[in-house]
Design a protein around this ligand. Structure first.
Ligand code: FAD
Length: 507
């Protein structure tokens, strides 16, 4: 029987961090197994924008680890520090107080140190995320929404860097290799059974790290846990996250926790293919709604597009769209803001853009795309414009500024737009049809916040030799601060790898 110091299930960001950390901590023979073929390496990590949220002390804290800022440019950046209190507050606020405070604290408290480790030891190429997280205001780059870092070339750059680091650390990676069973001896992990090329193999190990993603790729499990209709959501990433990790864990008595009815889901191109595409990856995201409005097929607005910065609303708006008639809606802007939409998401050839010079003509064209209530659509835009004008008349000193919550709002609308409300009255008008893209599921396993050791349902103690990280950790509830997923995978991956290395050495 082949024997390994530690086996990590999953080659995404979380699993890669765990394997690297185990090797770095002196674990001999570290193996990653992944059910996907080699060309799908990196799980959902490959599809990301590479955005990492972290506690930081402002510009000077992070300048040493980014590669896209000259000394001259640094002088024109405005970046507020983002404290432990801020990050923890965001997780708890968006989760309606439901996330486990100790787990959330562990994530936040280790975030900055882990980012340093990713930059210095793993070699992730970090940049400031000017395109996604900053606006040019009076010649200065003003960052907003608490998140400032991303990896060069997004998820593609992230996974390429992990692969280089793993190769250097001599971590083996087996593809087309599905983990099917964790074996136990005397109450502790003794091995992992995998299926490779149609054959079952029993691999001996004292430490297994589960980093196999959630169940978002599995329509039946989505319907079972998230509810009716979720089988129709479009998958934003890998098709290989089928919930296997939870089956493995349940069979050895792991305790489940977190929001099993919840998931991260976003505005996604309604014409996107049914699963993630490795060329366009995250470019199907349609996150320009704070600059405009969203109208459903019945001609009604249904969310406050300006409730908060996009980072704090985008992960729950997919669910809101799925609930609308037909499961799709239209994002609408006028010429005042069309030029401010991100080219990566709304550039020519990226998405079908519907233009018209009159809002009535836009509505006519949208009928062919599924709009059922043409008059309702026109009336909604009209009422919205009146509400914006009336607010502006009462608040003459309020000025539009997308880099802050500018309180440019609406008056007298049952569904307000609380920030960045501008009239939609200058042609050309543009609309894009969006649906619900499911990103990852929130339900997970309970872990020890310090070691990422998986907790047993029966004993409430750690199952010796079993660790967990990434999407499989049940931390987030209902909503989530953008960029926390990669940081969560890295923080608990690093902890899991270090603890797995220790477990591997215990005779
Ligand atoms: C389009 C998109 C954009 C995103 N953008 C961001 C972002 O910018 N910032 C951010 O923080 N988060 C982002 N996310 C979320 C982020 O991808 C996840 O939080 C994170 O990558 C999860 O990492 P993971 O390693 O846990 O899972 P994954 O990266 O999904 O890896 C899980 C791996 O496990 C493998 N696996 C599954 N079952 C088995 C089995 N039985 N045996 C062996 N292997 C198995 C899968 O093949 C997969 O490779 C985004 C997600 C998507 C889809």
């Amino acid at each position: 029987m082949d024997s390994f110091g530690c086996i990590v299930v999953g080659s995404g960001n979380a699993g890669s961090c765990a394997a690297f950390a185990a090797a770095e901590a002196g674990c001999d023979k570290v193996l990653i197994v992944d059910v996907c073929p080699p060309e799908w390496v990196g799980g959902n990590g490959y599809f990301t924008a590479g955005a990492f949220r972290t506690v930081h002390g402002g510009l000077h804290d992070l300048l040493p680890i980014v590669n896209n800022v000259s000394a001259e440019q640094a002088g024109s950046i405005d970046m507020d520090p983002y404290s432990l209190h801020d990050f923890l507050g965001d997780i708890m606020r968006l989760g309606n107080g439901k996330p486990d405070p100790a787990l959330a604290h562990a994530l936040v408290a280790s975030s900055r140190d882990t980012i340093g480790w990713l930059a210095d030891k793993v070699g992730l190429p970090f940049m400031f995320s000017f395109h996604r997280q900053a606006y040019n205001v009076n010649g200065r780059q003003r960052f907003w929404g608490g998140m400032v870092l991303c990896t060069e070339d997004g998820g593609k750059g992230l996974i390429a860097a992990h692969q280089r680091a793993l190769a250097k650390a001599k971590v083996q990676v087996w593809f087309n290799c599905r983990a099917v069973e964790i074996t136990m001896k005397n109450g502790a992990v003794s091995g992992l059974v995998v299926e490779k090329e149609g054959k079952k193999m029993h691999l001996a190990t004292r430490a297994v790290v589960l980093a196999a993603g959630g169940f978002e790729s599995n329509p039946q499990l989505r319907e079972k846990h998230l509810g009716a209709g979720w089988e129709r959501a479009i998958l934003r990433g890998t098709p290989y996250n089928q919930g296997d990790g939870f089956k493995l864990a349940a069979a050895v008595g792991a305790r489940q926790t977190g929001d099993w009815a919840g998931c991260h889901s976003t505005c996604w191109d309604a014409n996107a293919p049914a699963e993630g595409q490795r060329d366009l990856t995250n470019q199907f995201t349609k996150s320009g709604y704070p600059l405009g409005i969203m109208i459903n097929s019945a001609g009604q607005r249904f969310v406050d597009e300006g409730e908060d910065f996009r980072n704090y609303t985008y992960a729950k708006f997919g669910r809101a769209i799925l609930k609308q008639p037909g499961g799709y809606v239209f994002q609408v802007w006028d010429s005042k803001v069309i030029g401010s939409l991100r080219v990566e998401e709304y550039g020519d050839g990226i998405v079908e853009k519907i233009f018209a010079d009159r809002i009535e003509d836009l509505a006519d064209k949208l009928v062919a795309k599924g709009l059922k209530e043409k008059e309702g659509f026109v009336e909604t835009v009209k009422q919205f414009n009146e509400a914006v004008k009336s607010y502006q008349a009462e608040n003459v000193h309020c000025t539009w500024n997308p880099a802050i919550k500018d309180r440019m709002s609406t008056t007298d609308l049952a569904m307000p737009k609380s920030n960045w409300a501008l009239t939609i009255d200058q042609p050309p008008f543009m609309a894009v049809k969006v649906a619900c893209g499911v990103t990852f599921t929130f339900g997970g396993l309970e872990i020890d916040p310090e070691t990422a050791g998986v907790i047993s349902e029966k004993t409430s103690k750690m199952i010796p030799g079993l660790f967990c990280t990434g999407e499989m950790v049940g931390l987030f509830h209902g909503n989530y601060p953008g960029g926390s997923g990669l940081t969560c995978g890295a923080v608990f991956g690093r902890k899991a790898g270090q603890a797995a290395a220790k477990a591997a050495k215990i005779a």
